[in-house]
Design a protein around this ligand. Structure first.
Ligand SMILES: Nc1ncnc2c1ncn2[C@@H]1O[C@H](COP(=O)(O)OP(=O)(O)O)[C@@H](O)[C@H]1O
Ligand SMILES: [Mg+2]
Length: 251
């Protein structure tokens, strides 16, 4: 067996939450150097392995820690303890706003992103038309990104991520954005990437995607790994636990 594409080893992430009980200057002075906060653990001792070339889904309720885990895998966030090992070139499409510069045009952002992902200017130029056509942003390509609708923004980000030939593609709820036509086009692209051997890690609320697209999956709740394994088994366990059918998942 080949080495896993992603190894998550005992990872915990804590966020510090500050409480503003009283904002007066007097109370701040009285409190002195003691700050009022608590540590909130968004991930607690999570360990998992994602086999190279497989498609891996992550499910869980809102606030479970799914996006936090993806950010750690994509190295946008660093765990407070534990470690993550990834093998291969990674491209990610996470939340709105990550990766693009609002003042630059779509064209400039495509080149900038391509170079960050390790592509030469020539390679980006060769793929440019395909990226723009996949994103369907048309003449907006020379407009500053800040003028894009959220749908255009996500489509362009995804078009770049899938066209840079990543070994590992990390995507957060991409199929939930955009219209049905774009979702179908993206699904098609996932099939091609999988056939080319790309490891895909995706968070999705649509259990039908877990069943149809993923080989294996993990269910996370309150920052803890509840269950991991065959995607249909995880889909069964999760839907049974939340008491909803496949297409009635809570957002
Ligand atoms: N930067 C942050 N600061 C404080 N709390 C955060 C931050 N990011 C996420 N959280 C909290 O961590 C928990 C997990 O968030 P997230 O990973 O986004 O969940 P999910 O993607 O499963 O909905 C949530 O309770 C969320 O409010
Ligand atoms: Mg999320």
């Amino acid at each position: 067996m080949s080495a896993p594409a992603v190894t998550v080893d005992n990872v915990s992430v804590r966020f510090r939450l500050y409480h503003e009980r009283n904002n007066s200057l007097k109370s701040a002075v009285m409190r002195g150097r003691r700050s009022v906060h608590e540590d909130f653990e968004a991930l607690h001792n999570v360990s998992l392995e994602i086999p190279a070339g497989s498609t891996f889904g992550i499910v869980g309720r809102n606030g479970a820690g799914k996006s936090t885990l993806l950010k750690c895998i994509a190295r946008i966030l660093y765990p407070d303890s534990g470690r993550i090992v990834t093998r291969g070139r990674m491209a990610s499409m996470l939340e709105l706003g990550s990766g693009f510069h609002p003042e630059l045009s779509g064209r400039e952002n495509v080149y900038l992103n391509g170079s960050i992902l390790g592509m030469s200017r020539r390679t980006v130029a060769a793929k440019f038309d395909e990226i723009v056509s996949f994103a369907g942003v048309g003449k907006f390509i020379d407009q500053p990104i800040k003028n894009y609708s959220s749908g255009m923004y996500v489509r362009l980000g995804f078009a770049v991520a899938i066209n840079v030939d990543p070994d590992i593609l990390v995507v957060d709820e991409i199929l939930a954005v955009g219209d049905a036509a774009f979702a179908e086009k993206s699904r098609q692209k996932f099939v091609e990437l999988k056939a080319a051997g790309t490891t895909i890690v995706m968070v999705t609320h649509a259990i039908s995607n877990i069943r149809q697209m993923c080989d294996s999956a993990a269910w996370i709740d309150s920052g803890r790994l509840v269950s991991i394994g065959d995607s249909n088994r995880i889909a069964d366990e999760y839907t049974a636990a939340v008491g909803l059918g496949d297409d009635q998942q809570q957002r």
